[in-house]
Ligand binder design. Structure first.
Ligand code: SR1
Ligand code: MG
Length: 396
């Protein structure tokens, strides 16, 4: 449902969100609604609205006309709310159980009304507390294979594929990624943010021409390879999880880009957990890393054989070539994400919240080291097992 409104954009408060929810006719007329703003991301308001009597609830997400993380000095398109809602609806066609249901959208107010997932926890928060998410890698591997394959030229008529490329043109949000992941961390840029004790390691990165050449190639892939509809920001803060459920939220960065980007961003966020954990807790994460790639690649392969429409699909070596390219890109993008989350503008609680300074710095240096190695060695690491071995080396 699209709600018709003649309103000019104005940001909601908790009180206004309740009034807005009443107009949706989702709750009974006499419902006594409670509302809390629960958004802890960098960009949006998220209102949780609940009728205490019936227990019915929903989420009203509103994009702000600027990046919340920086303030009003960083204006940001409201069109991202429409991109996000349309991406969720598109993904629901392939992985309905793994994304929240969209109930309504309102373009003028940049609002998406959706299923309340507050019985689940943001995966990053749970992972930091060593909570167990046994389904995480199975579900995310499946999500990646289904959403990426079905929105690619391997599954779509070329006219429909190109229509979607245009529908999901998202230049402002892509620019954030281009700057914050692929450019700024590799130069002495004012957006960077790192502890003074890391300066020596950071300067090594800024002066490493071989590394910068590889990052330039990865940035070019991100800019030019419109392979599939990406989530665009698939870190563990974009995932709600429990022991039995996984839901991927927040695809406001969605656009047509290279297959390996979503896979790489997700793996990088698991890699950070593998750095900060010890013993059995670390093994669980290493298994998730291995299984994510395993589930993604085997499901992609099954879809290739069962649903592929490309004339060359049966040509010997083509499928292997594609999956090998996705694997190399995945490692490279994961490396860029590790570096930017350590020294760029947007950090991770997994690392920043470690109180012990010596330990925190050691982990951050390891994140930088793994990031550099994944970028530089991505053509020498021939399997996900080789990546696991590289991660295990850190703890020897
Ligand atoms: C200004 S936005 C900073 C970061 O938050 C988002 O979640 C993306 O990861 C972006 O790079
Ligand atoms: Mg987000």
């Amino acid at each position: 449902m699209t709600i018709a409104t003649k309103k000019q954009y104005e940001s909601l408060t908790e009180e206004r969100a309740i009034l807005y929810a009443k107009g949706l006719h989702f709750f009974s007329e006499d419902a006594e609604l409670n509302c809390r703003e629960i958004g802890d991301g960098n960009l949006n308001y998220v209102f949780h609205i609940k009728d205490a009597q019936s227990e019915r609830s929903l989420i009203i997400k509103q994009a702000l006309p600027y990046a919340k993380v920086v303030g009003e000095s960083w204006p940001l398109t409201l069109k991202r709310a429409t991109i996000e809602a349309n991406a969720l609806k598109k993904q629901a066609k392939f992985v309905a159980d793994l994304v929240p249901t969209v109930y309504a959208t309102d373009e003028e107010l940049a609002i998406t009304v959706m299923e309340d997932l507050s019985h689940l926890k943001i995966a990053r928060e749970g992972l930091i507390r060593l909570e167990s998410y046994p389904k995480l890698s199975q579900d995310i591997g499946e999500y990646l294979a289904q959403t990426l394959f079905h929105t690619s030229d391997f599954a779509l008529h070329p006219f429909e594929k190109k229509r979607l490329v245009s529908e999901f043109s998202n230049p402002e949000l892509c620019k954030i990624t281009e700057d914050l992941i692929f450019t700024d961390p590799f130069f002495d840029h004012e957006t960077n943010d790192f502890e003074p004790s890391l300066r020596a390691e950071v300067e090594v990165i800024w002066n490493n021409e071989r590394l910068k050449l590889e990052v330039a190639k990865l940035k070019r892939s991100f800019l030019t390879e419109a392979e599939a509809l990406l989530h665009g920001d698939l870190h563990t803060g974009s995932i709600f999880a429990s022991e039995t459920e996984t839901k991927v939220i927040d695809p406001e960065f969605a656009f047509y880009g290279p297959f390996g980007f979503d896979v790489g961003i997700f793996l990088a966020n698991l890699i950070v957990q593998s750095i900060t954990r010890e013993a059995e807790a670390r093994n669980i994460i290493l298994q998730h890393i291995e299984q994510t790639w395993g589930v993604f690649s085997s499901n992609f392969s099954i879809l290739w054989k069962s649903k592929g429409i490309e004339s060359y699909n049966d040509t010997k070596g083509f499928e292997e070539y594609i999956l090998d390219k996705v694997f190399r890109d995945t490692l490279g993008f994961a490396g860029c994400e590790l570096i930017r989350r350590t020294i760029g503008l947007a950090h991770l609680k997994d690392l920043d919240a470690i109180a012990d300074e010596e330990q925190r710095l050691r982990f951050k240096k390891q994140a930088l080291q793994v990031g550099e190695e994944l970028i530089l060695k991505r053509y020498d690491l021939h399997s996900i097992e080789a990546v696991i071995a590289l991660l295990e080396e850190l703890h020897k």
